[in-house]
Design a protein around this ligand. Structure first.
Ligand code: MN
Ligand code: MN
Length: 298
């Protein structure tokens, strides 16, 4: 584990997240947001670990802008901006919810508070199920509901979901935190009337390499090599390949790679009752007394 690279990535991620938090995004398109935030990461000398997610209202996660995506932020939107920074494959994963309508402040605060509560208890040997229980209790005390089928995760080099999950509800079993791994904790909060679960939506605009096996379509195989060289196994967006390929061709080649199972496409995740969702997220490395929270603001 490369602590220094985790720390560098975390510092950049937290700086960018804090810029995102205070900015007035009303009237901006999701395309403008994604490009601006991603460029900010690159300017600071790091790479994006995944396309910036701008998931609005009942979309809990996994929406990123299409090329020139016209969807525009309004003053009643609740926008989860989730960003990933990587240095040599070591990842910082962090998110903030921006919202300009005070009636949703409670949801945002519940996400932040439950994350703080979780961060106050993490250390080597703590059970993931106890973290989930604390997150759930904090959210419910405020009169809201956690999203039960979204969770935090272990991180590994060039791997965002490395196999272990940190639940947002109390659940049986699970693992205990190790000092040899980095983790992301990410409570998702919705209203008391909500279902408290997400389902897959129709839209898929985040992709990742599945296999490097050639498909025998020369141009598609070129794209396959390009993806591996530039993004490794990490997620990417169509926007990231339309500088090399014209958009229509890029879409066709990508579809071909998906059909051949060389690339997988991720669905957006939508709250089942269409209720608004807030999120907060930090990356941390546990130690004997607590944790190094790599994405905390300095
Ligand atoms: Mn994230
Ligand atoms: Mn995450």
């Amino acid at each position: 584990m490369q602590i220094e690279d985790y720390v560098k990535a975390g510092k950049i991620a937290s700086e960018v997240r804090e810029t995102v938090r205070v900015k007035d995004w009303i009237g901006k398109t999701v395309y403008e947001i994604c490009e601006e935030v991603e460029n900010e990461i690159l300017k600071k000398g790091a790479q994006c670990a995944f396309p910036v997610n701008t998931s609005i209202n009942e979309i809990a996660a996994h929406y990123t802008a299409e090329p020139n995506d016209p969807i525009t932020i309004t003053d009643s939107d609740l926008v989860k901006i989730d960003l990933g920074v990587q240095i040599n494959g070591f990842i910082a994963d962090t998110a903030v919810t921006v919202c300009y309508d005070p009636q949703f402040d409670g949801l945002v605060q519940a996400a932040e508070e439950s994350l703080e509560k979780a961060m106050s208890m993490v250390k080597v040997g703590v059970k993931a199920s106890d973290i989930g229980r604390a997150i759930e209790a904090t959210i419910k005390q405020r009169g809201f509901k956690p999203i039960a089928n979204l969770s935090g995760h272990s991180l590994d080099k060039y791997t965002i979901h490395a196999g272990k999950t940190i639940p947002n509800i109390w659940s049986i079993g699970g693992f205990t935190l190790s000092g040899d791994s980095a983790y992301a904790c990410e409570p998702f909060v919705t209203t008391a009337d909500a279902g408290g679960f997400v389902r897959n939506g129709k839209i898929k605009n985040i992709f990742a390499l599945n296999s490097r096996k050639k498909t025998k379509n020369v141009e598609a195989d070129k794209l396959l090599d390009f993806i591996w060289e530039n993004f490794n196994m990490l997620p990417f967006a169509l926007r990231w390949i339309t500088k090399q390929w014209e958009e229509k061709e890029a879409r066709e080649l990508l579809d071909h790679l998906i059909k051949k199972k060389a690339v997988q496409a991720y669905s957006i995740l939508v709250e089942i009752h269409g209720q608004k969702v807030a999120q907060a997220e930090h990356t941390f490395i546990p130690n004997e007394t607590g944790a190094l929270i790599t994405t905390i603001s300095q």
